[in-house]
Structures are given as structure tokens and as C-alpha cells.
Ligand binder design. Structure first.
Ligand code: MV4
Length: 449
């Protein structure tokens, strides 16, 4: 096992990783920008190294500074968290070429899944169901026309280098296809330096359901069930739950078996998430994330497994030590992301937290790096806390979340807590009756009243 790990991140996820290290008896090195001098991850780590100015580009994305910090402190491994360098294959490669361990998948697998076309063709070859569409990259507009005619309109043109909602154009009819093709390619070239595009049938009312997996270095792969992440706005998730209100235990077992077999054949290691669109009872793979995700706690609550601890154990070369049948699910979990934003227009609201009082009690977990007097800097993501609840049933989890948010006091800055309250009391949400479009419609309705 490692004796010292460098955490190449900030905020709540840096604390999350630090806590797992503590429990494993591993010393921690925090890195931070000048704007994060007073951040909680810096205070709690065994050692801290300033790696640059406020701008992420010069600090949390500064590979040379992070590697220097690892070298001078004698860290043996680097945990990238999410965002920043977590899905940067070159970074993973550079870490390993410096004789350090990257706590994550191989650079090759990160690169493979970063190209959405390669990700899809790889998954297809391994038996994972896809959205109907082109067989890989589109060679020409003529080919796009042929495939679109076959799968039926509306269709989407997507950039191979895109993902997470970037580089997508919808063509409602054939008359719109050429325009969508041209715009998608031009934007992809400008944004990613790669104009490869592919085509998919546009699914009009899907849920966004993702499957958490873990693999070790010995081709053992297990899954931890699904998360329903449909409640999002502009590709920013707001509330996630495990399990999905739409998925039965039989469906979970079936898609889980398909996915774990595929990833075992790939030799995938460490944590990964497969994203699916789910509509009319069908799972359609769209993308794979090769990192720990923000919403991983809901999976931890229902499976009672510490995913970050597992990531570290795997990176140290340990075997999983359990199989799929050892993983059981209990109850229901919901996460509300608390952002320092105006709940009406979602504009960021950085500033000083004058009072901070997090909720507690049975089945309530708060992952946050906030404290009274903390100044939320304007340079980074606006997420300041995650409230996670666990309860025997979904209805009880909703009631527990309502109770937890009632207890939560954050003064001095605006947060989206009031919006979460409105969602949790909504009858459609309570029935679990929502798609990826639900939140945008709901917040538009709230604006009107
Ligand atoms: C789609 C789709 C409908 N049909 N693909 C957006 C983010 C990226 N991960 C994939 N996305 C979508 N792909 C087909 N064939 C709708 C979306 C989409 C979406 C997906 C997941 C979560 C939120 C979303 C919001 C808008 C559009």
C-alpha cells in the first residue's frame, strides 16, 4: 500500500479523497492555488504545496508544478479527483513515466474513451447496446444522408472529441441535415482540433442512467448498479439518485452483466462509469467516463462500499477480493448538489459564508469543504456541498432530504437549496416520472410564477 498520496484537486472531492487516505493510514499532500490558501483541503492535509496562481490553467491544470510537488514531498501516487486532469491521458502517462502511480485507468483506456467514436465501436464489439446510428465516423454528407434515412429523423450529429453535451447538432428533418453537418464539423474543428463526427438517432424523451463499475489489474470487474442523473440543466446535474426509479433489479442485473463482461475483456482497471440513454425499456450506451464522478456517494450509500478506498487499493495492485454476488443493494439514496448560484437564473454567487450549519442525523451525509467565514472564490466550479441521504425506501429518502435541507443553513451567499425544495415537493418528481428535459421545463415554469 502507498504511504503518501498527492491529491491533485480542490474542494469537497479533495476532502473526500483525503478522508479515504486517512482511514487507510496514508499520508496526504494537498496542492493548491494562491486563491485556495485558506481552503479546507489545505488545512486538513498532512502537507500542502502552492502550485500556482488562481487561474486553474496555471495551478490545478499545471502538470509540471503538480509533478514537482509530488517529487519534493515524496508522494508515490496521484489521485486526480474529477474534472481538471482526471481524464487527461497525457497526464496519466506523464505521471507514470515519472515513476508515480496514477490512481485511475490506463492512459490507453482514457484516450480510447475520450474519442466517443472509438468508445462506441469498442463497446459495440463487446456486446453493449448502442443508440442506432452511423457505424463509426461519417466519411461524407452523402453517408450522413444514407444513415439518417435508415434510422429515421430527427438525428444528431455529434463530434468524436465532444461529450458531456459539447459538439452536438440536431437535424429535425432531411432539409436540416447539411446545415447540422457543416456546423457540427466547423465547431468541432474550432473547439477540439478534430472534425470527426458521427450520427445517432435523436432520442426525444430519455432518462440519463449511468452504471458504476470497478476493475482491478487482474480482469476482475464488478458493477455497483445504476444512478439516475436525468435531473440536469444545461448538462449540469443537480439531483441524482440510486437506484433509478425506472429500473428493476432484473434490468440492473442484466445490463450490469453485459457491461462487466465487456470491461473485463477490455482489461479495464479502476473506476469507470458507462452513460446510457434509457427510453422505452432500452439501454443505449453513449459515452464512458474514466474517472470518479461527483455523484459517486449515492452508489456508496446503497452498496455500502467506499469507492475511493477501492480506487486506491486497486491502484496499489490489490485484488478486488469480492465478486458480483457479494455486492448487494439496500434502500435508496438521493444527492442534492448545492451550488453557490442564484436559484432563479443559476448565475454564480461567490462570496463569504457568514454562517454555515450543515444538517446531520440518521442517513444524512454532507460532502463539503465549506466552513463559517470561508470565502467562496469566483475562479472555480460553483458547487459548494453535496447533501446525500440514504433511507429504506425512495419515499423515505425524499422526506429525509426535505428534512436535511430544512436544517441546512448557508448564509452570506445564494444557493440552489430553494430550488431543491420545490423539486422534492413536486408530485411528478415524487412519482419518479421524469426525463432529461424535466428540470429545464420545471425551472422555466417557476420563472413564470
Ligand atoms: C443524445 C440525446 C438524444 N439522442 N443522443 C448530451 C450530453 C451527451 N452526454 C449526450 N447528450 C445527449 N445525447 C441521442 N442519440 C440527448 C442528449 C442530451 C442529454 C443527455 C444526457 C443528459 C442530459 C442531456 C440533455 C440534453 C441532451
Amino acid at each position: 500500500m502507498f504511504s503518501k498520496i498527492l491529491i491533485a484537486n480542490r474542494g469537497e472531492i479533495a476532502l473526500r479523497i483525503l478522508r479515504a487516505c486517512r482511514e487507510l493510514g496514508i499520508k496526504t499532500v494537498a496542492v493548491h492555488s494562491t486563491a485556495d490558501q485558506d481552503a479546507m483541503h489545505v488545512r486538513l492535509a498532512d502537507e500542502a504545496v502552492c502550485i500556482g496562481p488562481a487561474s486553474s490553467r496555471d495551478s490545478y491544470l499545471n502538470v509540471a508544478a503538480i509533478l514537482s510537488a509530488a517529487t519534493i514531498t515524496g508522494a508515490e501516487a496521484i489521485h486526480p479527483g474529477y474534472g481538471f486532469l482526471s481524464e487527461n491521458a497525457d497526464f496519466a502517462e506523464t505521471v507514470e513515466s515519472h515513476g508515480l502511480v496514477f490512481i485511475g485507468p490506463t492512459a490507453q483506456h482514457i484516450r480510447m474513451m475520450g474519442d466517443k467514436i472509438t468508445a462506441k465501436t469498442t463497446m459495440q464489439a463487446l456486446g453493449v447496446p448502442l443508440v442506432p446510428g452511423s457505424d463509426g465516423e461519417l466519411a461524407s454528407i452523402e453517408e450522413a444522408r444514407k444513415v439518417a434515412a435508415k434510422v429515421g429523423y430527427p438525428v444528431l450529429i455529434k463530434a468524436a472529441a465532444g461529450g458531456g453535451g459539447r459538439g452536438m447538432k440536431v437535424a429535425p428533418t432531411e432539409a436540416d441535415l447539411e446545415e447540422a453537418w457543416n456546423v457540427a464539423r466547423t465547431e468541432a474543428r474550432a473547439a477540439f482540433g478534430n472534425d470527426a463526427v458521427y450520427l445517432e438517432k435523436y432520442m426525444d424523451k430519455p432518462r440519463h442512467i449511468e452504471l458504476q463499475i470497478l476493475g482491478d489489474n487482474y480482469n476482475n470487474v464488478v458493477h455497483f448498479g445504476e444512478r439516475d442523473c436525468s435531473l440536469q440543466r444545461r448538462h449540469q446535474k443537480l439531483l441524482e439518485e440510486a437506484g433509478s426509479p425506472a429500473i428493476s433489479a432484473e434490468q440492473r442485473d442484466e445490463i450490469g452483466k453485459t457491461v462487466t463482461e465487456a470491461l473485463s475483456k477490455m482489461g479495464y482497471r479502476n473506476a469507470g462509469t458507462l452513460e446510457f440513454l434509457y427510453q422505452d425499456g432500452q439501454f443505449c450506451f453513449i459515452e464512458m467516463n474514466t474517472r470518479l464522478q461527483v455523484e459517486h456517494p449515492v452508489t456508496e450509500m446503497v452498496s455500502d462500499v467506499d469507492l475511493v478506498r477501492e480506487q486506491i487499493r486497486i491502484a496499489a495492485g490489490e485484488k478486488l477480493g469480492y465478486t458480483q454476488k457479494d455486492i448487494t443493494f439496500s434502500g435508496h439514496s438521493i444527492e442534492c448538489r448545492i451550488n453557490a448560484e442564484d436559484p432563479n437564473d443559476f448565475s454564480p454567487c461567490p462570496g463569504t459564508v457568514t454562517v454555515y450549519h450543515p444538517p446531520g442525523g440518521l442517513g444524512v451525509r454532507v460532502d463539503s469543504a465549506l466552513y463559517t467565514g470561508y470565502r467562496v472564490p469566483p475562479y472555480y466550479d460553483s458547487m459548494i456541498a453535496k447533501v446525500i441521504v440514504h433511507a429504506p425506501t425512495r419515499a423515505e429518502a425524499i422526506a429525509r432530504m426535505q428534512r436535511a435541507l430544512d436544517e441546512f443553513v448557508v448564509e452570506g451567499i445564494k444557493t440552489v437549496i430553494p430550488l431543491h425544495r420545490r423539486i422534492l415537493e413536486n408530485p411528478e418528481f415524487q412519482k419518479g416520472d421524469y426525463t432529461i428535459h424535466w428540470l429545464e421545463n420545471f425551472s422555466a415554469q417557476l420563472q413564470e410564477v
